[in-house]
Design a protein. Structure first.
Length: 113
């Protein structure tokens, strides 16, 4: 099972980015999927998660700004990030659980003017 995250880049404060994470297996086979992030010198933290039945959960710092979703036809997990702030700067990781835990390779998001 592979998770391939992409879509990172540099954006100005207030801007938007969309991070897709493609899976090599049927996305509905995951009991849960999530996005985590890790900023320099900080621990990895949960950004957003989606359970197999579609229940979603967000970290307090991104509620109302980020949206996690699944495209079942494309076997892709996505994170839509709006109203980005400098403190959102981090490496973002795609995560999936189906028996074992799988991680994508990480994609850098930088929010800077």
């Amino acid at each position: 099972v592979q998770l391939q995250a992409s879509g990172g880049g540099t954006v100005q404060p207030g801007g938007s980015l969309r991070l897709p994470c493609a899976t090599t297996r049927n996305i509905l086979g995951f009991t849960a999927m999530a996005w985590y992030r890790q900023a320099p010198g900080k621990e990895r933290e949960l950004v957003a998660s989606i359970a197999g039945k579609g229940y979603v959960n967000y970290g307090d710092s991104v509620k109302g700004r980020f949206t996690i979703s699944r495209d079942i036809a494309k076997n892709t997990l996505s994170l839509q990030m709006n109203s980005l702030k400098p403190e959102d700067t981090a490496v973002y990781y795609c995560h999936g659980k189906r028996g074992y835990v799988y991680w994508g390779q990480g994609t850098q998001v930088t929010v800077s003017s």
